[in-house]
Design a protein around this ligand. Structure first.
Ligand SMILES: Cc1cc2nc3c(=O)[nH]c(=O)nc-3n(C[C@H](O)[C@H](O)[C@H](O)COP(=O)(O)OP(=O)(O)OC[C@H]3O[C@@H](n4cnc5c(N)ncnc54)[C@H](O)[C@@H]3O)c2cc1C
Length: 587
């Protein structure tokens, strides 16, 4: 049973939770041996943030360390440690050394305009998670550009440490699927901390009694008094206005374009389609893989990186601003054709029709399912492999997990830069899972060690990768290996089982498009690069066979696919006109 209600009592979540009750303000620490720049930075921070933060100055790396020790001993949280790139004794080394005392503080390097010589060491330190942000020194204590950069750093910090009042409280039972899904989705989407209470505990009972809430679990309560009992993704998104029929035409079931999947590919397709006047509906079940990334560093326009969740939140707002409608918490279960249009069926029985369906349903990345590793994604741990990240391994020890060709290729590339590479393979031989020529190549590399029958079971340090624990699957013994980088290459599985047989897929389930699809004389509709074997159905992003599994690539495909949709629609219109004319001549 589901019910949506409004509690008349005081708003849930009005008391601070998850906030460290120190009573002291957190600190912003400025370390700079040049008086003029240090005074300007500290002055700017004090003017804007003096009410909520203490601004602490240090004249050298040594005094910076001493100040940080003092703050730690006094139990003060440090939100930001900002150092001048010119700091004597090496700025990035100083900042990297502050991790032990303040693992969650954001480390910022400030340089002068034109200080390009600092960039290689900054790029290296950022990829290893030693620093978080690079920016330019403020020009004055009112430099809005500088201060807005600090503002977003503080938002990010506050979110990570759970500072602030929760806007949402979720009560539910361990092991309940809806409860688990709601917690993980809301943790990604909410900018405020989430309060999670286990049903049956005194805290949960007191919370429900205090707010007069009675009904089946899970319960999701907003701090404005609204709540949903028997909550799931669909009824919650309906209750907060982003679910069924949100958009300019609330009862519409017919659209120009239906986009299935809201990750980078789907959002990009939606923004482009809606901005070009196509009536667009977005359908999504839970969350994009991109929102699992704690720090995306390779997306254009975000030199300091951005959390995947924040990137997706911005994309959401952008697509809404162009007037796209949404059905969130809905799973697409079938696509079929009727009268030249496609019909998408949803799990709740609803049917939506549109000439064009864009499949942007991604793939589920196999995760290591090791919490200590997942926390370090973007800070030394990478899902997938990129040349930049490989270069960041110059002179350090790294590891790659996986036994297929992609993992072996990654290990070979990383070995060009790293001092050593450990390839961790679950199987007892590489030759079963990777091509012979790659195995031969890797065996010849002096700085690569292959650990067979092995799996990664843990990582040390919760802010930056320092070592991994590798367990031998036969003996059960675990050994610690010091590494600064870990590339997880254990594959991804597209969720395409539900698609109709008319949509051709490769042997791994990825959707074939354009010239990659089966060719026959009738298959005229396969002429567009992202078109599937079903007329009017396009595939983009990770779900598409042959796509580059990256956020930027998915965004690019979303935009390119919309151009192809226009061509498809003109072709359909031209076909219909020719048919009408043919019929008229025959008549
Ligand atoms: C931990 C992690 C870190 C990563 N870090 C980076 C990084 O730093 N940089 C980078 O470039 N790439 C990164 N990636 C890869 C990147 O996230 C993907 O390449 C990207 O998200 C693919 O986008 P997409 O839109 O194709 O699919 P997705 O982002 O997976 O989105 C697909 C959406 O479709 C929904 N969906 C699926 N089936 C259905 C259905 N039947 N009905 C309704 N909805 C459905 C899913 O719930 C999901 O919301 C990372 C991946 C992971 C797992």
């Amino acid at each position: 049973m589901t019910s949506t209600n409004s509690a008349s009592r005081s708003a849930p979540g009005s008391k601070a939770a998850g906030t460290k009750p120190t009573g002291t303000k957190p600190a912003l620490v400025v370390v700079d041996d040049q008086d003029a720049t240090r005074t300007t930075i500290a002055g700017a921070l004090k003017r804007r943030y003096g009410m909520d933060y203490d601004v602490v100055q240090a004249r050298s790396a040594n005094t910076g360390r001493a100040e940080l020790d003092r703050l730690r001993d006094a139990g003060v949280d440090v939100a930001v440690i900002a150092a001048n790139a010119h700091l004597i004794g090496d700025c990035t080394t100083f900042l990297a050394g502050t991790r032990d005392a303040f693992p969650r503080a954001r480390r910022v390097v400030l340089a002068m305009l034109g200080d390009n010589w600092v960039l290689p060491s900054i790029a290296h330190a950022a990829a290893l998670g030693e620093i978080d942000v690079f920016d330019y020194l403020p020009t004055s204590d009112r430099d809005e550009r500088f201060l807005s950069g600090i503002a977003s750093i503080l938002v990010d910090w506050a979110q990570e440490i759970g500072r602030g009042d929760p806007r949402i409280t979720i009560v539910g039972s361990k092991g309940d699927r809806d409860f688990g899904t709601l917690v993980s989705v809301l943790q990604r989407w909410e900018t405020q901390p989430i309060r999670k209470l286990l049903a049956g505990t005194p805290a949960a009972d007191a919370f429900l009694a205090e707010h007069g809430i009675d009904g089946p679990m899970p319960v999701v309560a907003l701090n404005d008094g609204r709540y949903v009992t028997g909550a799931n993704m669909a009824n919650l998104s309906d209750a907060i206005g982003s679910g069924t029929n949100s958009g300019p035409d609330p009862h519409a079931t017919s659209f120009d374009v239906v986009v299935l999947g809201l990750g980078p590919a789907g959002f990009s397709a939606a923004v482009n389609a809606a901005s070009e006047g196509l009536k667009t509906l977005l359908v999504n079940d839970t969350f994009s893989q991109a929102s699992s990334s704690p720090m995306v560093r390779n997306y254009l326009g975000f030199p300091a990186g951005i959390t995947g969740a924040e990137l997706m939140r911005r994309a959401w707002t952008q697509s809404m601003m162009f007037g796209a409608s949404t059905r969130i918490g809905r799973v697409a279960t079938d696509i079929r054709r009727r009268d030249g249009r496609n019909i998408v069926e949803l799990e709740d029985g609803a049917e939506i029709t549109a000439p064009v369906v864009m499949l942007a349903i991604g793939a589920d990345y196999r995760r290591l399912e090791v919490e200590s590793i997942d926390r370090l994604v973007g800070r030394g741990v990478f899902y997938g492999y990129g040349a930049l990240e490989a270069q960041a391994m110059t002179g350090v020890d790294a590891a790659v997990v996986g036994g297929a060709n992609s993992a072996v290729q990654a290990a070979i590339s990383v070995a060009r830069y790293a001092r050593s590479v450990t390839l961790v393979v679950r199987g007892s031989t590489l030759r079963d899972s990777a091509s012979d020529y790659l195995v031969t190549q890797i065996e010849d590399l002096p700085n690569v060690t292959v650990m067979l029958d092995s799996e990664v079971v843990g990582a040390s340090d919760d802010q930056r990768l320092r070592s991994i624990s590798v367990r031998n699957r036969n003996t059960g013994k675990a050994e610690e290996r010091a590494v600064s980088g870990l590339f997880v290459m254990i594959g991804a599985v597209p969720r395409t089982d539900w698609l109709p047989s008319g949509i051709a897929r490769d042997e791994r389930g990825y959707v074939l498009t354009g010239a990659d699809g089966p060719q026959d004389d009738e298959a005229e509709h396969l002429s567009l690069p992202f078109e599937t074997t079903m007329p009017g159905v396009f595939a983009l992003g990770d779900v598409r066979a042959g796509s580059v599994k990256r956020i930027a690539a998915a965004v690019g495909e979303g935009s390119a696919a919309v151009a192809q949709v226009h061509r498809y629609l003109s072709r359909v219109t031209a076909g219909a006109t020719a048919e009408r004319e043919g019929a008229a001549v025959a008549g």
